[in-house]
Design a protein around this ligand. Structure first.
Ligand code: HEC
Length: 214
């Protein structure tokens, strides 16, 4: 009375016509037909975007907008397949973003995109993001100048904080880990002094990397 069937694969949209005949107990019969349109729904094609080369700490956008389907792509899902974990803004967006993670040496992160079409068919593609580790900062080349310009006013003989001088590498190293905390919280340098965001990043990166004396 209620048979079922699986719609066949078709190359183009097609009409199927089913005819039903019923016969009653006295042998009288009648027929009717029903028309079913089977549309041709191709699977989607996932496209995770072109590979990118970025630097540590860069803002990165993934781009799945090149994915296609003959009817419609209805969902996107990104999964990181390799590399230091990056936190995606939203793994179900067509264009999720992330900040490239802090890494020790150059790395490749791989992300896999899976898309679904309206018929539930799926397809996947991967994209590679090459991350260049930033060059380690050095005392002589980077941080001595920042300390000289922002700290030794007070942290030197004759200054407000002459008891903790920071005029040489060895002197600074006695306070390096405290300095990182104070710089990060903004309590050093004392007002009216202040460090630019770039100088803060350099100081923290240098101290965090073991404050090399090079
Ligand atoms: C305007 C003066 C002044 C400047 C500029 C200054 N400091 Fe200080 N610093 C002080 C004083 C005074 C103290 C003592 C604690 C307090 O009063 O908060 C101190 C304390 C510290 C301490 C805690 C250890 C200690 O000696 O007591 C660290 C670490 C420190 N400063 C790092 C820095 C760094 C790094 C810079 C530059 C980025 C800097 N300070 C710039 C005045 C200054």
């Amino acid at each position: 009375m209620a048979p079922t069937y699986t719609a066949p694969e078709v190359l183009n949209d097609e009409q199927l016509i089913f005819q039903l005949s019923v016969t009653d107990t006295s042998g009288q019969s009648a027929t009717d037909s029903v028309q079913v349109t089977v549309s041709n729904d191709d699977p989607p094609i996932a496209y995770a975007g072109t590979d990118q080369a970025v630097s540590e700490g860069d803002f990165v956008s993934l781009d799945g907008s090149g994915s296609s389907d003959d009817i419609a792509v209805v969902s996107y899902r990104w999964v990181q397949a390799s590399g230091t974990t990056a936190t995606l803004s939203d793994a179900t967006l067509v264009n999720p973003t992330f900040t490239s993670p802090v890494i020790r040496s150059d790395e490749v992160l791989t992300f896999q995109l899976t898309v679904n079409d309206i018929g539930g068919q799926t397809s996947s593609d991967t994209v590679q993001i090459f991350i260049a580790a930033s060059t380690p900062y050095s005392y002589s080349g980077d941080t001595k100048a920042i300390i000289d310009a922002n700290c030794v006013d007070c942290h030197a003989p004759g200054g407000r904080k002459a008891s903790s001088p920071m005029t040489t590498y060895a002197e600074f190293m006695l306070y390096a880990s405290d300095a990182a905390v104070n710089i990060e919280s903004g309590s050093m340098p004392k007002p009216p002094g202040s460090l630019s965001a770039a100088d803060i990043a350099i100081m923290l990166d240098w101290i965090g990397g073991g404050s090399p004396e090079n």
